[in-house]
Design a protein around this ligand. Structure first.
Ligand code: PLP
Length: 401
């Protein structure tokens, strides 16, 4: 029999792999409506700009040779400088290109961080509910995930502090802005408090913030990183939602001592990220496409979110609670009665050709947590389909009550 590593037979990891298989099934029906996917809208992908940029890049006097050759572990310098000046400084994070490393997306960042910080059995505090893909990565490193309570302002700091004292975690993992899966945002005072707790108890906070630029209403908040006086907060971000998920680009911002280790872990993984993607992304920003692009995609998501809120209020059964996000791609609904959304999903995929993600998979505590909840994505579905799909889904749910 093929012998795999012990890490891969950890029951918690096996259970999470099972959740991923069951909950993130692709929608294959031609008339299907997928409220399950976390992808950006196809209309939000900058195809025309990239056609022009790639033609220029691959002209004889362009950046083609640079794009196709090996590069350095940190990623190309002009992209890192653009990240510092255009994406971080306006949000209050003042850092140099030397403290930014380009990764092959947010998930690779998590793997690099696990690599440098975790020993088997180490504890990570996570949100309840949390982003299940990252849980999978944490479990590959045999970390123990302990859930912390949230409300409409994100993680509850009293619970976080109590769990730090009880479990002595190595890391705290949070998606502070328009969280995946709930759409909830961590309030400003809690962001500051979390940085203070990290300093007080010497814990690393991973601030995973891929949705922060997709704000279509409400006041922008400072990243947790801006309150990080002790060098304990590592900021992870991604180009997937604001540029292109297929480019597989993300970045990590960390203080010198942590960055040194991340850079070695990166070399040992894949030397560096895709130079082709890096050059195309750098040119996209340098040619000034980003501000208008961001305005355009935020307008798309604003319209879709408004349609989703209206449709849920109109068509879901009385007693349904859902979040009202100010940005991002998701809302989270809690159904009345005794509905098990894992069972419901099988039926709606089968009978209605409509998918969402059942709540259970986002809770590391297991059991019945999230049983009657669902993550509903509005990002990739046009408004007319949101109204039709949510009406059909709502009518079906009502027959179960
Ligand atoms: C919270 C969160 N972190 C990380 C990722 C992964 O991003 P990437 O596509 O950059 O790997 C996602 C993608 O859905 C996400 O929602």
């Amino acid at each position: 029999m093929t012998q795999f590593s012990k890490r891969w037979s950890d029951p918690a990891l096996v259970a999470t792999c099972d959740v991923m298989d069951r909950l993130f099934q692709p929608m294959t029906a031609a008339d299907g409506i997928a409220f399950s996917i976390g992808s950006p809208a196809v209309e939000a992908l900058p195809v025309d700009a990239l056609r022009e940029i790639s033609q220029d890049v691959f002209r004889r006097d362009g950046r083609g040779i640079e794009a196709l050759a090996y590069g350095t572990k940190m990623g190309i310098r002009d992209l890192r400088e653009i990240i510092a000046s255009e994406l971080l400084a306006p949000k209050g994070v003042h850092t140099s290109a030397d403290n930014i490393l380009i990764t092959a997306g947010g998930l690779e960042t998590m793997k690099l961080l696990c690599d440098i910080f975790l020993d088997p059995g180490d504890v990570i505090l996570v949100e309840s509910p949390t982003f299940v893909h990252c849980v999978m990565i944490f479990q590959i490193f045999n970390a123990v995930c302990i859930p912390c309570q949230m409300d409409n302002d994100g993680l509850i700091m009293e619970d976080v502090e109590a769990k730090i004292q009880k479990y002595h975690p190595k890391m705290i993992y949070t998606v502070p802005t328009f969280q995946n899966p709930t759409g909830v945002t961590l309030s400003q005072d809690r962001r500051q408090k979390l940085a203070e707790l990290a300093a007080k108890y010497d814990v690393i906070v991973i601030e995973d913030d891929p949705y922060r630029d997709i704000r279509f209403q409400g006041k922008d908040l400072l990243p947790i990183k801006t309150f990080d006086e002790a060098g304990k907060v590592v900021l992870a971000n991604s180009f997937s939602k604001i540029f292109s998920p297929g480019s597989r680009l993300g970045y990590v911002v960390a203080p010198d001592d942590i960055m040194d280790k991340i850079a070695y872990a990166k070399v040992a993984t894949n030397s560096h990220s895709s130079k082709i993607s890096e050059v195309l992304a750098a040119e996209f920003f340098k040619r000034g496409y980003f501000p208008d692009h961001l305005k355009r995609i935020c307008a798309i998501y604003r319209e879709r979110c408004a349609a989703m809120m209206e449709a849920l209020d109109a068509y879901f059964p009385e007693g349904t609670k859902h979040t009202y996000p100010d940005g991002g791609l998701f809302t989270w609904a809690e159904l009345p009665g005794d509905i098990d959304t894992t069972e419901l999903l099988k039926e709606t995929m089968d009978k209605l050709h409509i998918s969402f993600v059942a709540g259970r998979g986002f809770y590391v505590e297991g059991g019945d947590a999230g049983k009657n909840c669902m993550r509903i994505s509005f990002g990739a579905v046009p408004p007319d389909k949101i109204y039709t799909g949510i009406k059909r889904l709502g009518d079906y749910i009502k027959t179960k009550l």
